[in-house]
Write a protein that binds this ligand. Structure first.
Ligand SMILES: O=P(O)(O)OC[C@H]1O[C@](O)(CO)[C@@H](O)[C@@H]1O
Length: 527
C-alpha cells in the first residue's frame, strides 16, 4: 500500500541537502534572492512566511517530489471522500472513515462526502432551532428567565478545541452570554466553575463522544447534584453531545441531544457538534457558520497539488525537514495573540495524540522518528520565560509563530509613538530575525548561534473565519505528516493502558476508606 518517506526516491537527495542546509547566519543570507518576499504562500485568510527556514529551492523541490511520490494530496482527497483511513493492516484496528472535514463542507454545491455532510447539516439545523428557541424565549428556566451562561463539560478532544476557539473568539460573543469549561476530574475544577455561575440561568452541555469518559461522567454527576441542591431540575438545564447510540444518548435525561459520528475523531471534532453546540450558544449561528467557512476554505486549499500553494502541506513538509532531516525533536507554536492562549494546548492533543505513533499503517515498526513534542505559549509572555533556551540552548526548537496585523478589539493606545499592536508585531519579527541570523560577540556568553528555523502564519485579524482556517490548517498539516511517516493518525491506543489501570485502582479504592494516606499506601504497593 502506501510507502513512508524513507522509501521515496527524493529521500536521498534531501539527506544530501541536510548535510549543508541553508545558512541563515551568513551575511546577507536572509535577504538573498528576495527570499523573505518569495518564500511566502498567500491565501485569502492567512499567509505563510517561511523565508526564515533552513531551506532553499533544492530542498523545496525535494519536498515537492517526495509529496508527489507519497501521493499526499491524493491521500487527503481520498480521506475527505470517505476512505477508511483509520486502520492498520494485519492487526485489529478501528477501521473507520475519517470525515471531520464533512462537518464544514457546507459551502460547496458538491460536498466531498454528501452523506456525512448531510448528517452534519441536519445537526446544525437542529442546533439552529434550539438556539432560536433560547433567543426567542421559548426555552427558558422555571422562572421564565433566559439562559445566559453555559457550562461545557468534556475532556481531551471534547474540551481542548472548543475551549481554544472560545477563548480565541471571546470578544465576538452574543451580549451577556458566557461559556465556562470543566474538564479535570480534580474536584477543584468543578468547584471553581460552579462558584462563578448562577445555575438557575445556566445550561450545562455534557460532551463525550463515547459517553463513557470517567472525568466527564463524574463532573456531570457533580453538576447535576449542584443543580438539584439549588432546587433545579437537571433535565431542564442539561444538553448532551455524544455519539449516536452511546451510553449517554438518553433523550429523557437532557433538554436536547446532539450527535457526532464514529467517523469523527475526538481531537478533530471541534467543527462537529462537539464544538458547535457551545460555540453556537456563544457566537450565534451566523458567526458559527463563518468559523466553519474558514475551516472549509483551508480544507479546499489542502487539496492543492502545487506545494508552494498549499499552506498545510508546506508546513507539514517543512516540519518533516526540521524533524527528520535536521534532527529537531520538538516544535514550539507561539501565537502573538493573547486570545490564542489555549491554541497550543489544543495542538498538543491534535498533533501528539495523532502522530505519537511507533507502528506504520502496514503493521511494521516506523522507519524514522514520528511526531515531535509540541508546546507553546503566547508571545510576548514567552519571551520573558523560555526564549533563553530557544536562542542559546543546546536543543534547536523550530518555531511556528502566529501573528495578526490588527488587534481583535481595535482598541489600542499609542505610547511613545507606537501602538501596543505595533509593539507586539515588532517583537514577533525581531524574534524571527534573532533566531535565524544570530549574533557574534567577543563575549561567548553573548553569542547567539542563529540558524534556528521558524515560520510565521500571518493573518489580518483573529475573526471567526480566521480561527476556523487556523484550526483546519493544523488538522491538515498533522494529517499530511502522518501520511509521510505512514502512520495511522486517527487512533489513540496509547491512552488505554493508563485508563485501564486507573479504572482498576478506582475499583479497588472504592472498597476502602477514602483517606488520602491509605490511598497513597495502596498505590505504593502496586508499584
Ligand atoms: O469524547 P470522549 O469520548 O469523552 O473522549 C475524550 C477524549 O478521550 C480520549 O479518548 C483520550 O483519552 C481522546 O481521544 C478524546 O478526545
Amino acid at each position: 500500500m502506501y510507502k513512508n518517506f524513507t522509501q521515496t526516491k527524493a529521500f536521498s537527495g534531501l539527506r544530501r541537502c541536510a548535510q549543508r542546509p541553508y545558512d541563515l547566519t551568513r551575511k546577507g543570507a536572509l535577504f538573498e534572492d528576495d527570499r523573505l518576499q518569495k518564500f511566502v504562500c498567500r491565501s485569502p485568510l492567512v499567509n505563510l512566511h517561511y523565508g526564515t527556514q533552513r531551506i532553499d529551492h533544492h530542498v523545496l523541490q525535494g519536498l515537492s517530489d517526495m509529496s508527489r511520490e507519497l501521493e499526499l494530496v491524493e491521500q487527503f482527497k481520498a480521506l475527505r471522500r470517505g476512505a477508511v483511513a483509520n486502520r492498520i493492516e494485519g492487526v485489529e484496528s478501528e477501521n473507520r472513515q475519517v470525515l471531520h472535514t464533512a462537518c464544514r463542507d457546507l459551502f460547496s454545491a458538491l460536498p466531498c462526502h454528501p452523506e456525512a455532510t448531510a448528517s452534519a447539516a441536519g445537526q446544525l439545523d437542529k442546533l439552529a432551532s434550539f438556539l432560536e428557541k433560547l433567543d426567542s424565549g421559548v426555552i427558558v428556566n422555571h422562572r421564565q428567565q433566559r439562559f445566559t451562561s453555559l457550562v461545557h463539560i468534556g475532556i481531551g478532544g471534547s474540551d481542548l478545541g472548543p475551549r481554544a476557539v472560545y477563548e480565541g473568539l471571546k470578544c465576538y460573543g452574543k451580549e451577556g452570554r458566557t461559556v465556562r469549561f470543566i474538564a479535570n476530574v480534580d474536584p477543584d475544577d468543578a468547584v471553581a466553575v460552579l462558584s462563578q455561575v448562577d445555575l438557575s440561568t445556566t445550561l450545562v452541555n455534557i460532551v463525550s463522544k463515547s459517553g463513557t469518559t470517567l472525568e466527564t461522567l463524574t463532573n456531570e454527576e457533580i453538576v447535576r447534584a449542584a443543580l438539584k441542591k439549588a432546587g433545579l431540575n437537571p433535565a431542564d438545564h442539561c444538553i448532551a453531545v455524544t455519539g449516536e447510540g452511546s451510553r449517554m444518548d438518553n433523550s429523557g435525561d437532557y433538554l436536547e441531544t446532539f450527535h457526532m459520528y464514529e467517523y469523527i475523531g475526538g481531537r478533530y471534532s471541534t467543527c462537529s457538534m462537539v464544538g458547535a453546540a457551545s460555540l453556537g450558544f456563544f457566537l450565534g449561528m451566523e458567526q458559527l457558520k463563518q468559523f466553519l467557512e474558514g475551516a472549509a476554505l483551508l480544507d479546499e486549499m489542502a487539496e492543492e497539488e502545487r506545494l508552494e500553494q498549499n499552506i498545510p502541506l508546506l508546513m507539514a513538509l517543512i516540519g518533516v525537514w526540521n524533524h527528520n532531516f535536521l534532527g529537531c525533536r520538538s516544535l514550539a507554536v507561539l501565537p502573538y495573540s493573547q486570545a490564542m492562549h489555549r491554541f497550543p494546548a489544543h495542538l498538543q492533543q491534535c498533533d501528539m495524540e495523532s502522530n505519537g505513533k511507533s507502528l506504520q499503517r502496514n503493521g511494521q515498526p516506523v522507519a524514522s522518528t514520528t511526531g515531535p513534542i509540541v508546546w507553546g505559549e503566547p508571545g510576548t509572555n514567552g519571551q520573558h520565560a523560555f526564549y533563553q533556551l530557544l536562542h542559546q540552548g543546546t536543543e534547536i526548537v523550530p518555531v511556528e509563530f502566529i501573528g495578526f496585523r490588527r488587534s481583535q478589539s481595535g482598541l489600542d493606545q499609542t505610547v511613545e509613538n507606537t501602538t501596543s499592536q505595533e509593539k507586539l508585531l515588532a517583537n514577533l519579527f525581531a524574534q524571527m530575525v534573532a533566531l535565524a541570523a544570530g549574533k557574534e560577540s567577543d563575549n561567548p556568553n553573548r553569542v547567539f548561534p542563529g540558524n534556528r528555523p521558524s515560520s510565521l502564519l500571518l493573518a489580518q485579524r483573529l475573526t471567526p473565519k480566521t480561527m476556523g482556517a487556523l484550526l483546519a490548517l493544523y488538522e491538515a498539516k498533522i494529517i499530511f505528516q502522518g501520511f509521510v511517516w505512514n502512520i495511522n493518525s486517527f487512533d489513540q491506543e496509547g491512552v488505554q493502558l493508563g485508563k485501564a489501570l486507573a479504572t482498576r485502582f478506582i475499583a479497588e479504592i472504592s472498597k476502602r476508606e477514602s483517606d488520602p494516606d491509605s490511598l497513597e499506601n495502596y498505590f505504593l504497593k502496586q508499584l
